[in-house]
Design a protein around this ligand. Structure first.
Ligand SMILES: NC(=O)C1=CN([C@@H]2O[C@H](COP(=O)(O)OP(=O)(O)OC[C@H]3O[C@@H](n4cnc5c(N)ncnc54)[C@H](O)[C@@H]3O)[C@@H](O)[C@H]2O)C=CC1
Ligand SMILES: O=P(O)(O)OC[C@H]1O[C@](O)(CO)[C@@H](O)[C@@H]1O
Length: 382
């Protein structure tokens, strides 16, 4: 009897289908996608495969098969059953959603550790430092003490960093357009079943900080400055030399912090910055500034891509004026379609930028950073 390797992935969206699900399928796994989007789940079950196309001049396409779908809103029993047989349990749903799926994962894990000693590896693939730690904390909160004791040597939680630009897709199709580049870094000392394209490291911190504070900080600066200048896509924004200059200046600031903190080679890091700005210019992605700037409350959080490098630079005695400008530009992102942008604009109208920076970004009201951001905010507002 051939035993098919199984994996369960929460979030059949851009990264789920276009990156993590693809790598598992290519590694010989059957991928069960779990999502609340009924139409996507039905399509996955009807079509049983989809295409992933590389956004490049030569549009290579691969077929991803061996996939099925479950809706966690009304197929809880089936999701729990699928997790009983999985080697991996991964997510790409947005860090804010992790607490919502934790109760169901906790039920599945409780049942699993009572019936099998097979190992399960849980990995959250989100743009956030310590996303799997957060998921574990939420799962733990729903586990009995007795179950928690059984987890040792059976259920493992690994933090990870995921890097692949996957823009908004045609919502009527399962097919996904992705950039050719990708990097998936997972932190563990365990020997785990191989997954094509998964890079294992002992210490994720330099990888995730380098990625978050270069790729994501840079991307966010482009999105917010582009939005302010009325641009609609990232590549269109990068045709504006003034913005390119501003992105480079900002990444010099995050770079100085990263080089100092992790002892990175300065020249190598400069090449990493240049390589990423080239990635952003990809004209085949047609990536919108509103997608990249989405959810500004999350992006202005104390540990996220804008505020964390700023506070770290200040602590290290390094410059942060350009980062302060990026934070100011994020405050001015008023996309009416984005719930968090609307919320920030309401907060700004009612209580002003100091209040937002204190309550959303966790900055000290009297700090030099707040003063600099407000100065930049007033100047950008014109
Ligand atoms: N799109 C990109 O280029 C990249 C995204 N990421 C990260 O990957 C994560 C996912 O991003 P995308 O795939 O772009 O988002 P997406 O919006 O395309 O996909 C998210 C999926 O999660 C589903 N979902 C929402 N709530 C759910 C719930 N309670 N239970 C199950 N499924 C639920 C949605 O229906 C959607 O299909 C985010 O953390 C993002 O920051 C990381 C690197 C690249
Ligand atoms: O997915 P988030 O965290 O909302 O932010 C968008 C960012 O994530 C990415 O989708 C991929 O890293 C980038 O395109 C962008 O910097």
């Amino acid at each position: 009897m051939i035993i098919v390797k199984q994996t369960v992935h929460f979030g059949a969206g851009n990264i789920g289908r276009g990156f993590i699900g693809t790598l598992f399928s290519q590694s010989g796994y059957h991928v069960t996608f779990v999502d609340i989007a009924e139409e996507i789940i039905n399509k996955i079950n009807d079509e049983k495969s989809y295409h992933v196309t590389l956004a490049a001049e030569k549009k290579e396409t691969i077929t991803v098969d061996n996939v099925s779908g479950l809706n966690n809103l009304h197929q809880e029993k089936e999701v729990i059953k699928a997790i009983q047989h999985a080697a991996y349990l991964t997510t790409a749903i947005g860090p804010n959603i992790l607490p919502k799926i934790a109760p169901l994962m906790a039920r599945a894990i409780s049942e699993r550790v009572r019936t099998t000693d097979e190992k399960l590896y849980v990995i959250a693939c989100e743009n956030q430092i310590g996303a799997t730690d957060l998921l574990k904390k939420e799962i733990d909160a729903h586990l009995e003490e007795e179950t928690k004791e059984r987890l040792a040597d059976k259920v493992y939680f690994f933090n990870s960093a995921v890097d692949r630009i996957v823009p908004m897709q045609d919502q009527d199709s399962l097919d996904v357009l992705v950039e050719p580049y990708y990097e998936w870094v997972v932190e563990t000392n365990e020997s785990i079943p191989p997954v094509q394209g998964m890079k294992i490291v002992e210490d994720l911190a330099p990888f995730i900080e380098r990625k978050l504070f270069t790729v994501n900080t840079g991307h966010a600066v482009i999105a917010y400055l582009g939005y302010l200048k009325g641009k609609s896509t990232i590549d269109e924004t990068l045709a504006d030399e003034e913005i390119v200059k501003q992105v480079k200046e900002t990444l010099k600031e995050t770079g100085a912090y990263l080089v100092k903190r992790y002892g990175l080679d300065k020249e190598e890091h400069e090449c990493y910055i240049t390589k990423n700005i080239e990635r952003f210019k990809n004209p085949y992605l047609n990536d919108s500034v509103t997608r990249v700037g989405r959810a500004p409350i999350r992006k202005l959080g104390p540990e996220d891509r804008l505020v964390r490098p700023t506070t770290e630079a200040q602590k290290a005695g390094l410059p942060y004026t350009n980062l302060a400008k990026a934070i100011a530009a994020a405050l001015l992102f008023d996309d009416p379609e984005d719930e968090q942008a609307v919320e920030i604009q309401d907060m700004l109208k009612e209580n002003g930028p100091r209040h937002v920076l204190k309550n959303v970004s966790g900055l000290d009201e009297d700090s030099e950073i707040i003063k600099e951001v407000i100065r930049q905010y007033e100047s950008l507002k014109g």
